[in-house]
Write a protein that binds this ligand. Structure first.
Ligand SMILES: Cc1cc2nc3c(=O)[nH]c(=O)nc-3n(C[C@H](O)[C@H](O)[C@H](O)COP(=O)(O)OP(=O)(O)OC[C@H]3O[C@@H](n4cnc5c(N)ncnc54)[C@H](O)[C@@H]3O)c2cc1C
Length: 370
């Protein structure tokens, strides 16, 4: 048989008008790309539509997987299940794509006051925290670069995932396979077609929206109980500040990279949901850095990034079927924890779509129904 290689444009046209695409994934960010990858692993036909020109959260995220978070220093929701699933997923993708995206990293968190010291003491006595909390260090004993009047403690099992590299690599693979269309999805063009849906020339049995904070433009899912929060981070370098490979969590965190650069993050703002970085938040991050560091350092900013986290009112992801429109699904609400939650959420959704397996009620969209 002749193996004729068609020009990519022509192949794309043919595949766009074909009728075998049963899953249409909308939004090619972290959730959409991982979902498409999982569908492909299961041999399920799909098409991915997303715009590389639209704002996204994955492209500005540090991708940190933090076992203990927040003011109350609580273990992250479902961490014991989510971490192994996340690591296995990223490792599975790394090898065939030749990527190096999953980076375990030790973490040091500084207590900010005496209450923090008491709180972490209690956590350290709690057996549930044994695997994620390490030693407590008396004031000024753990990191000479930082102001440390109240002491600090080690957090084990932290990691960071290079989300921009991951998403861009998956998009590239799918584009080469003519499965990814780089365009803005026009909701008005999606029409019911018998048991399924039709989008321009494409027919799909199931349409899964992975639009992150842009969900408000979606007529079927605009009422999702999202509580979006803007975040800004700074990519920096310094001729005088050299940090060892450790995630330092002061009032803001410092994430050092192997090339000597580091990231400072992140701000949190539910009021300003514009896409652009702001001078005020840049100064907030620089002031926090100055306050955290013992000596003055020249900090050069190489990039100042902003994005909107698709957070939810109950801090849980949202996955599942539209209550009234058969064939429409959503995967959203990954908030500030997409790196750890997206792998398990995409597994759950694919098993739900292909095998009819029920979703975890804690993340099922149905939890909001009367
Ligand atoms: C400053 C900041 C720091 C963060 N740090 C971390 C961190 O350290 N660890 C962590 O786990 N998470 C972090 N996050 C959160 C993380 O980025 C999100 O959880 C994750 O990206 C959510 O994935 P998503 O696919 O739902 O949304 P997104 O990554 O935003 O992707 C959605 C995609 O859909 C596209 N889209 C939407 N509508 C359309 C349309 N109509 N047509 C075409 N395309 C469309 C968008 O352009 C985008 O590309 C951070 C976020 C921010 C903003």
């Amino acid at each position: 048989m002749l193996n004729v290689r068609l020009p990519t444009d022509l192949l794309s046209q043919i595949q766009t008008s074909s009728t075998d695409s049963t899953h249409l994934v909308v939004g090619a960010g972290l959730a959409g790309c991982l979902l498409a990858w999982r569908l492909q692993q299961r041999g399920a036909p799909f098409r991915l539509i997303g715009s590389t020109a639209m704002p996204s959260a994955f492209s500005v995220a540090a991708g940190v997987i933090n076992p203990v978070t927040g003011r109350w220093m609580t273990k992250s929701w479902n961490f014991d299940h989510l971490l192994p699933a996340a690591e296995a997923t990223y490792r599975d993708i790394e090898q065939p794509l030749g990527l190096n995206i999953y980076h375990p990293i030790p973490e040091l968190r500084f207590c900010q006051n005496a209450d923090d010291v008491k709180r972490v003491g209690r956590r350290m006595r709690n057996p549930r925290y044994q695997d994620v909390l390490g030693d407590f260090h008396e004031a000024a004993h753990a990191a000479p670069q930082f102001n440390d009047p109240h002491g600090s403690f080690d957090i084990n099992q932290a990691a960071y995932v290079d989300l921009p590299t991951l998403v861009r690599a998956l998009r590239k693979v799918f584009k080469e396979q003519c499965l990814f269309q780089d365009e803005v999805f026009e909701h008005a063009q999606l029409k019911r077609d018998g048991d399924g849906w039709k989008y321009k020339a494409l027919r799909a049995d199931k349409v899964i929206f992975c639009e992150g904070a842009a969900h408000r433009a979606n007529p079927w899912f605009k009422e999702l109980p999202l509580k979006p929060a803007k975040g800004e981070t700074l990519l920096c370098q310094s001729p005088t500040l050299q940090l060892p490979p450790k995630l330092f969590h002061h009032t803001k965190w410092f994430l050092p990279y192997p090339d000597g650069s580091f990231r400072i993050g992140a701000t949190y703002d539910e009021a300003d949901l514009t896409a652009e970085p702001t001078e005020a938040r840049k100064n907030e991050l620089l002031d926090a850095a100055k306050g955290a560091l013992k000596a003055p350092h020249e900090i050069q900013i190489t990039a100042h990034l902003a994005g909107i986290r698709p957070s939810t009112v109950d801090s849980r992801p949202i996955v599942g079927a539209h209550p009234k429109e058969p064939g429409l699904y959503v995967l959203n609400g990954l908030g500030s924890k997409g790196a750890s939650t997206a792998p398990n959420m995409t597994t759950q959704l694919v098993e739900h779509l292909l095998d009819g397996r029920p979703l975890d009620p804690e993340v099922d969209l149905a939890r909001y129904s009367d």
